[in-house]
Ligand binder design. Structure first.
Ligand SMILES: [Zn+2]
Length: 367
C-alpha cells in the first residue's frame, strides 16, 4: 500500500515539489551502505550486501535527479551554517571491506561522487575473513545439509543447516563460545577453517578471494589518494561500556587511520548502537560528529553526535529510495531507531533482537 501511495505521489510530481522545497533545503540526507557483492553475498544477506547493479542504479537516480553530493565534512559544516545547496546528499560506507575497494568504489568513481568510509581497523591490519560473517556464510553455503558429529567445532548436537534460524543459532553459539574462551584472531580463523572443512569447502579459496576481509593499509592509501575520505568506526567494531576501553577503541582506530594523513574526526557507531555516555567520551576524543543507523534527514537542530542516516539496502525499491532523497519519506515514517543492544551482566553485550542482524556487521576481533 505504501509503495502504491509513493507511486501515485511521484506521478503527481509531489516528490519534485518536496525535493525542491525550502524544508528539504535545510536538511542533509546521509546515505549509509555496507557491502557490495563480488560473488553471491547479496543472496546470502540482502540487507547487508547490495548487487553492484543496484548501487549503480542508486547513483544514476542521484545524477538524474540533480542531487548535490557533498563530502561529509563539508555537508555538516554547511548544515550548521545554514548554507546547504538544494537537495544535499552525503554518501557513507560502513566498515571498509575489500569489496568497497573492488566493487563499490569503481562504480562511485565513474560518477565522481564524494564518499566517506567509516573504517574499522582490526581486520584491516589482520588480513583474514571477519569471523562471524565467514561462519554465517559457510553455513549458508551448506544450507542443504545436516552435520552429524560436529565435535571438531566444539559443538555436540547434529547441526541442521536447512533453516535460517538453525544456522543463526549455530553462528551465535560459535561466536559466544569463541568470546567466552577469549580466542585470538588466529584461533578464530582456525575455527572458521574447521567449519569450512566440515562442509567440504576450501577455506584457502575463501581466504584468497578476500571475501569478508577489510581493505589493507595500501589499498586504503590508494583510495585516500583518489579522494576517498576515511573516518572512525572503532578499531575492533565494538563500543565497550567502560570509558577507558571505549576511548582506546577511538585512539587505536585513529592511530591506524592517521597513516593516511589527515586526522579522522567523524565517527559512526558500530551496528548503530549508542548510549548517552558515548557522546561525552567522543567529545573528549575531539570527535565532532557521529552518525547512527536511525532513519531520517539531518537538520541544523539535530544532535551532531546522533545524526540520522538512511540505511540503503537491496530490499528498498527505487521508488522508496527516491522518496527518501526528496524528503517525502521522512513525512511518511516516524524516525525509526535502529535495534539497540543490551549490556549483559558480565560486561559483554548481547543482541536484543534478530532485527539487529541487519546492522550487525563485524564481530570484535580480539588480539
Ligand atoms: Zn560497522
Amino acid at each position: 500500500m505504501r509503495r502504491a501511495v509513493l507511486h501515485l505521489q511521484r506521478s503527481a510530481g509531489v516528490l519534485r515539489l518536496v525535493a525542491d522545497s525550502k524544508w528539504r533545503m535545510k536538511r542533509l540526507l546521509i546515505l549509509c551502505y555496507h557491502g557490495v557483492s563480488r560473488f553471491d553475498e547479496h543472496l546470502w544477506r540482502p540487507r547487508l550486501y547490495m548487487h553492484p547493479d543496484v548501487l549503480r542504479q542508486r547513483l544514476e537516480i542521484l545524477k538524474q535527479g540533480r542531487y548535490n553530493l557533498l563530502p561529509l565534512g563539508e555537508g555538516l559544516r554547511r548544515l550548521q551554517a545554514a548554507e546547504l545547496p538544494p537537495k544535499s546528499v552525503v554518501i557513507t560506507f560502513d566498515d571498509g571491506g575489500y569489496d568497497f575497494y573492488a566493487a563499490a568504489f569503481p562504480v562511485i568513481r565513474e560518477y565522481g561522487f564524494p564518499v566517506t568510509v567509516y573504517q574499522t581497523t582490526y581486520y584491516s591490519d589482520y588480513q583474514k575473513p571477519v569471523f562471524n560473517l565467514v561462519c554465517s556464510y559457510l553455513l549458508w553455503k551448506g544450507r542443504d545439509r545436516v552435520l552429524h558429529n560436529p565435535k571438531e567445532l566444539g559443538l555436540s548436537d547434529p547441526l541442521d543447516l536447512r533453516t535460517e534460524g538453525g544456522r543463526m543459532h549455530i553462528v551465535r553459539k560459535l561466536v559466544r563460545d569463541a568470546d567466552a574462551s577469549n580466542l585470538t584472531g588466529v584461533q578464530k580463523n582456525d575455527l572458521a577453517a574447521k567449519v569450512a572443512k566440515s562442509l567440504d569447502i576450501s577455506y584457502d579459496e575463501i581466504v584468497s578471494s578476500r571475501i569478508f576481509q577489510l581493505m589493507n593499509s595500501s589499498e586504503r592509501a590508494e583510495l585516500a589518494a583518489a579522494g576517498v575520505d576515511f573516518q572512525l568506526h572503532t578499531h575492533r567494531h565494538r563500543t565497550p561500556l567502560e570509558e577507558g576501553l571505549f576511548r582506546k577503541e577511538i585512539q587505536d582506530n585513529r592511530h591506524s587511520l592517521q597513516k593516511l594523513g589527515e586526522t579522522a574526526i567523524h565517527f559512526c557507531y558500530p551496528s548503530g548502537v549508542y548510549r548517552p555516555e558515548f557522546l561525552n567520551w567522543l567529545q573528549m576524543e575531539n570527535v565532532v560528529s557521529a552518525t547512527t543507523c536511525d532513519s531520517g534527514l539531518a537538520s541544523r537542530r539535530s544532535n551532531f553526535f546522533l545524526l540520522p542516516r538512511l540505511v540503503d539496502t537491496s530490499a528498498r525499491s527505487a521508488v522508496e529510495f527516491e522518496a527518501w532523497l526528496s524528503g517525502l519519506a521522512a513525512f511518511l515514517s516516524v524516525r525509526q531507531a535502529a535495534p539497540q543492544i543490551i549490556p549483559a551482566a558480565a560486561g559483554r553485550v548481547s543482541r536484543n533482537s534478530d532485527a539487529a542482524q541487519s546492522v550487525l556487521v563485524k564481530d570484535d576481533g580480539r588480539e
